[in-house]
Design a protein around this ligand. Structure first.
Ligand code: 5GP
Length: 171
């Protein structure tokens, strides 16, 4: 297995500055609930919220993901649900990757049934070439090609989450 850097830590840092500026402007005076998705977006979420110069609330939700390999099972489950009451709240979901879109679609449907005032999605990485269901994405960090990526919170078999850069995994 070979790792090659796809997005450097400097590029990530600079892009998060821009995203945070935009988000802070869009959500000014609305005290959004920032909802990170575990485990893949834990680093992105923590870097992003530290750059949001505004009052926010933070919670996490955990969905079942790929399992142990690189192929999606297609079956998605809530492993740890959001505890915060989201009715009448402005909810911003933070994802690591939107690939086929199935996970994000499932989560948005799951949350919207609880009547938040608004519900938007921010993803670090977008792989539009793989999309099978339509998902509205309000904030995209980077659009990436159809490669299997790891690092910056994103794993392969629970490995590589701690890499500071987003890397492509080639075999
Ligand atoms: P989707 O449901 O959009 O197909 O997939 C979303 C989830 O699949 C992501 O949150 C992530 O956990 C996983 N995933 C999609 N593409 C990749 C990838 O390139 N690398 C890794 N490690 N996980 C991925």
């Amino acid at each position: 297995m070979k790792l090659s850097i796809l997005i450097t830590r400097e590029q990530i840092n600079a892009r998060i500055d821009q995203l945070a500026t935009q988000i802070a402007e869009d959500y000014r005076d609305r005290r959004p609930l920032i909802l990170g998705t575990l485990k893949g977006s834990f680093i992105f979420t923590s870097d992003l919220v530290r750059k949001l110069d505004m009052p926010v609330e933070i919670d996490f939700v955990r969905l079942s993901s790929y399992g142990s390999g690189a192929e999606t099972s297609g079956k998605i489950e809530v492993v740890q649900d959001v505890r915060t009451i989201i009715e009448d709240r402005h909810v911003l979901v933070i994802e690591d990757i939107v690939d086929t879109g199935l996970t994000a679609r499932f989560l948005l449907d799951h949350l919207s049934s609880r009547q938040p005032s608004s519900l938007s999605l921010c993803t670090l990485l977008d792989k539009p070439s793989r999309r099978t269901v339509e998902v509205p994405i309000a904030y995209v960090g980077f659009t990436v090609p159809n490669k299997f990526v790891v690092g910056y919170g994103i794993d392969f078999d629970e490995k590589f989450r701690n890499l500071p850069d987003v890397c492509a995994l080639e075999d």
